[in-house]
Ligand binder design. Structure first.
Ligand SMILES: Cc1cc2nc3c(=O)[nH]c(=O)nc-3n(C[C@H](O)[C@H](O)[C@H](O)COP(=O)(O)OP(=O)(O)OC[C@H]3O[C@@H](n4cnc5c(N)ncnc54)[C@H](O)[C@@H]3O)c2cc1C
Length: 441
């Protein structure tokens, strides 16, 4: 186990995920471009390389890492997010849409649905939010009324990631209770069932398949319920508890990428008497980004480990996500500053990161009806081939004491070793943070 609680196999796995992303996933993502859709080819390629089944039990076709479900989800999202947050979205959505199935569905439902997840055959979504109930989940009004073996469901779910593409939706509704406190129940919804209307009526700054699901007396049989009647809030909040650290992991990946891009620029850009990287002000910015990535990573993997050991991680998951997503926004902003004008230029990776980071934290968007007939503006559909995706990075010297642990910093960011540039520049850090241990971020 290293300082983050990861086994040598998990560290090696992280390197493999990065390789698969660079060699097999980014070319597909670049061809697909910035479209507000799920790229099925990308899903199939992820499946081909076993990424979708890493944390799924072997009996459903997975690799059997289900006892490390949260940790593996974080490793995957950190490394996919580092390369391309859009690729991460395609992967991460599958996680959000299937946590409830993995944790709370019957064996029959798992046997029916998880092999398709592992094989990349289906897209899954998770529908809780409503126009008048976002953070306040208990305020939802979508109602499922039982009539024998059938529930009739009416209401509206909005801001549902993947809704326009989904084959299976985990739906959480209210259930009628005579005079008692409100109850909530989770179901498996077929988005093609009679009475379901899916609208792609929301457009986010970064490419993201998202939309609204209208339910008008939709019949769902009782055997499509997830968990018991009245168990829906536990299913919904349990899903979010497990998923939350992985949002932090994505943010850590983006923070590291923002750092690497900024470091590349700082080392390459000449200023009056040398390089940008010679300037104290720039080094301090870089150091802060690195510290943010390191702290975020520690928090994320601590929360995931707690969850995997079946301990409550509600608070830790919230702390990890809050810190890591805020840190990503800080780091990306500073990286944009170091990029100068390039930082706000379409086609630069850091500009794309900034839009993805906004999406991650933003909770509002423009709402339009019938967006299928009012397509995404052409400037948003530009191909990602314009995005610069450097795959190699320089070596820097950095300080173990700034990590406050006294450990070899390599062990804090163990899988970050990547091929170096042929003429690998070295950034000598300010003497106050210089150390003999070489740390490749
Ligand atoms: C990119 C994206 C993808 C999404 N995907 C999904 C999905 O797949 N499935 C799904 O069900 N939902 C999804 N959502 C919806 C998301 O869960 C909600 O946006 C979120 O719960 C916040 O709800 P809201 O937007 O209604 O904001 P509100 O709840 O109205 O909150 C507005 C602001 O007030 C703050 N606030 C609210 N309550 C309190 C309080 N008690 N104390 C202090 N501050 C408070 C919030 O933090 C926020 O800053 C997605 C949203 C986005 C942006």
């Amino acid at each position: 186990m290293n300082i983050l609680g990861l086994s040598p196999e998990e560290v090696a796995l992280a390197e493999r995920i990065d390789r698969v992303a660079v060699e097999h996933l980014l070319p597909i993502a670049e061809r697909f471009g910035e479209r507000h859709e799920i790229c099925r080819e990308l899903l199939e390629k992820m499946a081909e390389h076993g990424l979708l089944g890493l944390n799924i039990a072997a009996e459903y076709g997975g690799a059997g890492g289900d006892h490390r479900y949260s940790t593996l989800l974080c490793i995957l999202r950190e490394h996919l997010g580092y390369r391309d947050p859009g690729v991460d979205f395609t992967f991460g959505l599958q996680g959000l849409g299937t946590v409830a199935i993995v944790r709370n569905a019957t064996d029959d439902h798992r046997a029916e649905l998880l092999p398709d997840l592992v094989a990349g055959r289906k897209v899954y979504a998770f529908a809780v939010t409503e126009p008048q109930a976002g953070s306040d989940v208990r305020g939802m009004t979508t109602m499922a009324v039982r009539d024998g073996d059938v529930y009739r469901v009416t209401g509206t779910k909005t801001y549902i990631s993947g809704a326009p593409d989904a084959d299976v939706v985990v739906l959480v509704t209210r259930t009628a209770v005579d005079g008692g406190p409100p109850a909530y129940t989770a179901f498996l919804l077929d988005p093609k069932a009679p009475g379901v209307t899916v609208r792609q009526d929301i457009e986010l700054a970064a490419p993201h398949s998202i939309g609204t699901i209208e339910l008008d007396g939709v019949e769902i049989t009782a055997d499509r319920r997830i968990g018991a009647e009245g168990d829906g809030l536990r299913v919904a909040l349990g899903t979010l508890e497990i998923y939350r650290p992985s949002v932090g992991a994505l943010a850590v990946g983006m923070t590291r990428r923002a750092f690497d891009l900024a470091l590349d620029v700082a080392l390459d850009r000449s200023v009056s008497k040398g390089q940008l990287s010679d300037l104290e002000a720039i080094r301090v910015k870089l150091a802060r980004m690195w510290v943010d990535a390191t702290i975020g990573r520690g928090l994320v993997y601590r929360a995931a480990a707690l969850r995997d050991s079946e301990q409550s991680s509600v608070r830790e998951a919230a702390i990890a996500k809050l810190f890591a997503t805020e840190a990503a926004c800080r780091a990306i902003y500073e990286s944009q500053q170091i990029h100068g004008a390039r930082g706000v230029t379409v086609g630069e990776m850091v500009e794309s990161l900034a839009r993805h980071a906004r999406r991650q934290r933003s909770t509002k968007g423009r709402r339009r009806s019938n967006a299928r007939s009012s397509p995404v503006p052409s400037w948003r559909r530009r191909p990602m081939t314009a995005v610069r995706v450097p795959t190699s990075r320089p070596t820097i010297r950095c300080d173990a004491s700034s990590m406050a642990s006294g450990d070899d910093p390599k062990s804090l960011l163990p899988w970050a070793t990547r091929p170096e540039r042929s003429a690998s520049p070295t950034c000598a850090w300010p003497s106050m943070v210089r150390t003999s241990s070489e740390h490749r971020l």
